[in-house]
Ligand binder design. Structure first.
Ligand code: GLY
Ligand code: MN
Length: 505
């Protein structure tokens, strides 16, 4: 449930019965037409059925989470937990405090017959309630209307009940049947479940067992999102396309970013405008890193200038309303052309990324992508004489004795991508890094090279250059489809991209 806000005692609200009845009447009738079933409902149903088959006979509790206080009486914009979004289809800011419960059912013979999904939800309050006009967190006057129970049932194709009925419903038989909860979604729901399923003879061992059941539940939920269905793939295509528009807009405005000072913030704002306009927002804080800031991997302060002659590393992604996000990086020469040394570093990263792509096909391991890309990185570092004396490519690639190249690329090459920017993060290593690539998976390929300005082990001309190139790639039956492949990548293509946009603006 939502965090408690600070209440101000200087606020007055009308209390008289006369006012209550005055504000409750004189409004047009609400539409009684049921909303259409959402286009995602045909996809969320099989997702829930797959989950049901994994946990027969158990009650499964998946909260959306509640509102979080930003300061005093103002909340952050709400975003539901990704497991909830995946299983209900609800995205954007829907719906604070809601909880999806997968209730186990038995047939007439007493046999397990799957689960019934029930959405516990705070429906639209009547105009005769105080909430209607006086509740700044949930009230229609303040934050707009919400669906009624029957409206949300028609939209999602799932039975809905009032959130007030949730505590009793979830506690019923909780000591005797298996109950699992997504622990990190909602502290109050978690507490309720822990209390409800503890028995008089609760031991530490039993508590530990319940925690492990929840951990296994989280792992399964995370793992189940690895292979995307057709709806999810289309959402990802939309997210990537909108991200491309944001990058185009940033390029068009680079001269303005230079002129204004604090240009990294200008870049963040331009990209954010497109993200918010075409989607729900950014899928993670944009990394707008000019010059040496590119060597801080998650540079999200974005307080620096964008200067002529710099490279601007822009790592940003639009999250569409369904909450699927892109995650794309381009490293752009701010003046429109790469210097020789910038190009040398850029082309090395480009070659590494191409090698990573070629490792993407069903049956290959997820880790093969990194292995292919990092080999090319190591080869370049070796050719440039940067590895320690006596260390060659094979020595540095040997995890036991080497890894010297990590000084200049400390991160992995890929991660799963989807509802979370680092999607499926709870999956076991054997399903993730050591798992096989399967059609429908979407992953990033994002090698980089980072030469900090104070790195005395690299030639002076390299210092302050940081490059990352990142694309979002779908594994297909025969290989891969680079969803962001329409965005220029090679150094020549990037220069032509910038020149083309500037010629038009
Ligand atoms: N785009 C940021 C990251 O992958 O960590
Ligand atoms: Mn990434």
């Amino acid at each position: 449930m939502s965090e408690e806000q600070q209440q101000s005692d200087h606020r007055t609200r009308p209390k008289s019965e006369a006012f209550r009845s005055f504000i409750a009447q004189g409004w047009a009738e609400r539409s009684t037409q049921a909303p259409a079933r959402a286009d995602f409902a045909d996809y969320t149903q099989p997702r829930r059925e797959a989950l049901s088959a994994q946990f027969p006979g158990e009650r499964l509790v998946i909260p959306a989470g509640g509102l979080k206080v930003r300061s005093n009486d103002s909340d952050y914009v709400f975003r539901p937990h990704s497991a909830f979004a995946h299983l209900t289809g609800l995205g954007a800011d829907r719906e604070p405090d809601a909880v999806l419960v997968m209730e186990p059912i038995v047939d007439e013979e007493g046999e397990d017959a799957g689960h019934e999904p029930v959405l516990f939800f705070r429906p639209l309050a009547g105009r005769d309630t105080e909430e209607f006009f006086a509740d700044s967190r949930y009230g229609e006057f303040w934050v707009g209307g919400r669906p009624t129970l029957s409206e949300i049932e028609s939209e999602l194709g799932v039975r809905a009940r009032h959130i007030d009925e949730f505590p009793d419903a979830v506690a019923k038989d909780a000591g005797s049947i298996g109950v699992r909860v997504v622990r990190d979604a909602d502290a109050e729901v978690r507490g309720l479940i822990d209390q409800a399923r503890s028995t008089e003879a609760q031991t530490e061992e039993r508590t530990e067992q319940q925690r492990e059941m929840d951990a296994e539940f989280a792992r399964q939920l995370s793992t189940s999102r690895m292979v995307k269905d057709d709806y999810e793939i289309q959402q990802m295509r939309d997210a990537v396309e909108a991200t491309g528009h944001g990058f185009d807009a940033v390029i068009a405005d680079l001269p303005e970013a230079i002129k204004r000072g604090r240009g990294e913030r200008w870049v963040e704002g331009i990209f954010g405008l497109y993200a918010r306009h075409e989607g729900n927002g950014v899928g993670y804080d944009s990394i707008c890193a000019s010059g040496d800031h590119a060597n801080t991997l998650h540079w999200i302060k974005n307080t620096g200038d964008v200067k002529e002659g710099d490279l601007l590393l822009l790592d940003a992604g639009v999250e569409v309303d369904s909450l699927y996000t892109a995650d794309i990086t381009r490293t752009l020469p701010v003046s429109g052309t790469f210097s020789d040394v910038q190009r040398k570093v850029y082309d090395a990263v480009y070659a590494a990324q191409c090698a990573g792509f070629e490792a993407i096909k069903p049956g290959n391991k997820f880790s093969d992508v990194h292995a292919a890309a990092i080999r090319v990185i190591a080869e370049h570092l070796n050719a440039w004489g940067l590895l320690p004396d006596g260390v060659g490519v094979e020595e540095t690639l040997n995890a036991e004795t080497g890894m010297y190249h990590r000084r200049w690329m400390v991160h992995g090459t890929s991660h799963h991508l989807g509802l979370d920017v680092h999607d499926c993060a709870r999956a076991r290593a054997e399903d993730y890094v050591d798992g096989e690539l399967r059609p429908g998976m979407i992953l990033t390929v994002e090698p980089g090279l980072y030469f900090k300005s104070d790195d005395l082990l690299v030639p002076e001309e390299f210092r302050g250059i940081g490059v990352r190139i990142e694309d979002d790639v779908l594994v297909t039956d025969t290989g891969y489809d680079n969803l962001s492949g329409f965005m220029p990548r090679s150094s020549d293509e990037v220069e032509a991209w910038i020149a083309g946009i500037w010629a038009k603006s």
